[in-house]
Design a protein around this ligand. Structure first.
Ligand code: ADP
Ligand code: MG
Length: 243
């Protein structure tokens, strides 16, 4: 469903990803978990996959076998790929309900998405400027509500959805993401550091990224255990090994 082949990504003349080849595909409803230390290139992989303009790409990004690099961001979303930001932009003067009004219409929004609004406890920030003064949990819930409104998504890219949130939000967000993938028959790729969210999602397979390359690939819980015991740097010596 989602894979990269010989992927090189350069940002501001800096080579971040070097010849990355990895099949991230997992069955519908399940998650591929991407681990890796700060700055190793996880967000770069996601942003380059979405087609953000600063990220210069060589190699192949394949969604359902179709090469999508070269397409504009909106076309990639139409093909079925979406990204949940690690740190989303603050949009002063832009209210969620105005976007809804302009895109699908207020009535249709409430008919189709009121359950999601309630599950994500999002009513109270629909009238506020997006992400202005939002708490950590509100930022993530607002992001989830936005991406859940997009039709025909096959692959969701979740960039540290569990960072900076409390335990109640963690459970809420994890269970919501799980239900979303099941309902949409889609797969997810998730970046997490603590691994706490793995309790609430169906983590099927995982990999460790280190300095722009993939090290170990295997069972996500085993990988997490190994990282906690040995640290990330050990993972690079496992390159090519399946654990
Ligand atoms: P991770 O998500 O694994 O923590 P990132 O992919 O965000 O790491 O960053 C990898 C490296 O690329 C870092 O050194 C970061 O500073 C650099 N980088 C990423 N995006 C940009 C950008 N837009 N401009 C400049 N440097 C960037
Ligand atoms: Mg990141």
């Amino acid at each position: 469903m989602f894979q990269v082949k010989n992927l090189h990504v350069t940002v501001e003349k800096q080579k971040i990803l070097k010849d990355l080849t990895q099949d991230f595909s997992v069955p519908a409803g399940k998650f591929f978990v991407l681990f890796g230390p700060n700055g190793c290139g996880k967000s770069t992989l996601f942003r380059a996959s979405m087609g953000f303009s600063k990220y210069k790409v060589k190699g192949e990004i394949l969604l359902d076998g179709k090469k999508i690099n070269g397409l504009d961001i909106d076309k990639r979303v139409k093909e079925g790929l979406v990204y949940m930001y690690q740190t989303p932009p603050i949009l002063k003067g832009v209210k969620f309900e105005n976007i809804v009004k302009e895109s699908i219409g207020k009535e249709k929004f409430w008919q189709e998405h009121s359950k999601d609004v309630d599950i994500l406890d999002a009513r109270k920030f629909l009238q506020r400027d997006i992400n202005v003064g939002f708490s950590g949990g509100e930022v993530k819930r607002s992001e989830l509500l936005s991406i859940s409104m997009l039709p025909d998504i096959k692959v969701f890219l979740f960039d540290e959805p569990d960072s900076g949130i409390d335990l109640d939000n963690l459970k809420n967000i994890g269970e919501y993401m799980t239900a979303l993938l099941k309902k949409r028959k889609a797969m997810g790729i998730i970046v997490t550091h603590s691994g706490d969210i793995l309790k609430y999602i169906d983590a099927y397979k995982g990999a460790v990224m280190y300095r722009g390359e993939i090290g170990c690939v295997g069972d996500p819980l085993e990988l997490l255990d190994c990282i906690k015991k040995k640290g990330y740097s050990e993972c690079v010596s496992c390159k090519g090994k399946q654990i």
